[in-house]
Design a protein around this ligand. Structure first.
Ligand code: AMP
Length: 279
């Protein structure tokens, strides 16, 4: 079942909610790949009904060119979902989602002042607005997000906490290509040569992890940044080692009680790639 209107999907979901059926939700921007499908499969295994949304959210793009070039193919997405047996797909238009000016802002604290927050001003406010609205529409019991977008995952957790949204957030491991490149809708925009080079980003994260037992965080930053800067054609935006929960940069491994995460972002041939690894 494919829905384009908020009223229609809500009318469809209401009997399930009244019947105490468990709804799982997977928000996406479409152009689906195995990373997305893994979230769908997990949701299907853990809920009575799974809803997937496809919406390229304009207000989370700080770069108009990136929004314009974002890959889209809804009919291909729908075919992939049908093969999986995913029950319900929500594909709203921008007018349907944002009929009036968006005025709400969220207190995301330090989470939007580091890493992606610095390089994509306003991005996480846009994410918070759309995910909050989608949660209100779908009213899921559980919602599935990838660790691929690690900072986004922490933002969603904070959103749920500050808005007291009754949903359980389920984090799913990053799905990678055989050579280590994290799957992303944007990968199709990589040229042949860039596609060959892209796994070096993953290898740099692995190098960071290998350094942990013998090297302090600052030294790891220096060495891994050098390595990333040496990747041909890669323009590094940031490589950071942060507390896995607060995402504050750390100076000592003992500073973070819930572990550390290494996060990287940069451009390869005009395509923005991000990746991360828990250390
Ligand atoms: P997107 O369509 O890129 O906004 O992603 C929708 C959801 O899929 C988000 O929760 C992402 O974190 C997740 N996702 C995207 N790529 C991957 C991947 N390679 N592995 C796991 N989850 C992913």
């Amino acid at each position: 079942m494919v829905f384009e209107r908020i009223g229609d999907i809500q009318a469809f979901l209401t009997p399930y909610l009244e019947d105490d059926k468990k709804i799982g939700f997977v928000p996406t921007m479409g152009f689906l790949h195995e990373g997305h499908l893994r979230l769908v499969k997990r949701s299907m295994a853990e809920n009575d009904l799974t809803v997937l949304s496809i919406f390229v959210n304009p207000i989370q793009f700080n770069n108009p060119e990136d929004l314009k070039k974002y890959p889209r193919d809804v009919s291909r997405d729908l075919e992939m979902l049908q093969q999986l047996g995913c029950d319900v797909v929500f594909v709203p238009s921008t007018e349907e989602m944002y009929p009036e000016n968006i005025v709400k802002t969220y207190d995301l604290g330090r989470l939007e002042e580091v890493m992606e927050g610095v390089f994509r001003p306003g991005h996480f406010q846009g994410v918070a607005v759309v995910v909050h609205k989608l949660f209100e529409i779908v009213a899921p019991h559980q919602a599935y997000f990838g660790q691929k977008d690690y900072q986004q995952l922490q933002v969603i957790r904070r959103l749920v906490e500050i808005e007291s949204i009754p949903v359980r957030i389920v984090a799913c491991e990053t799905v990678r290509e055989a050579d280590g490149l994290a799957m992303s809708s944007r990968n199709v925009r990589l040229g042949e040569e860039e596609r060959q080079i892209a796994p070096d980003i993953y290898l740099a994260l692995k190098y960071a992890k290998d350094l942990v037992p013998t090297t302090n965080p600052q030294e790891v930053r220096f060495r891994v940044r050098d390595r990333l800067n040496a990747i041909q054609g890669f323009q590094l935006e940031y490589f950071e080692i942060a507390d896995a929960r607060t995402l504050a940069p750390i100076l000592s491994w003992s500073d973070c009680k819930e572990g550390a995460v290494a996060c990287v972002a940069g451009y390869l041939g005009g395509v923005r790639l991000i990746d991360n690894m828990l250390l």
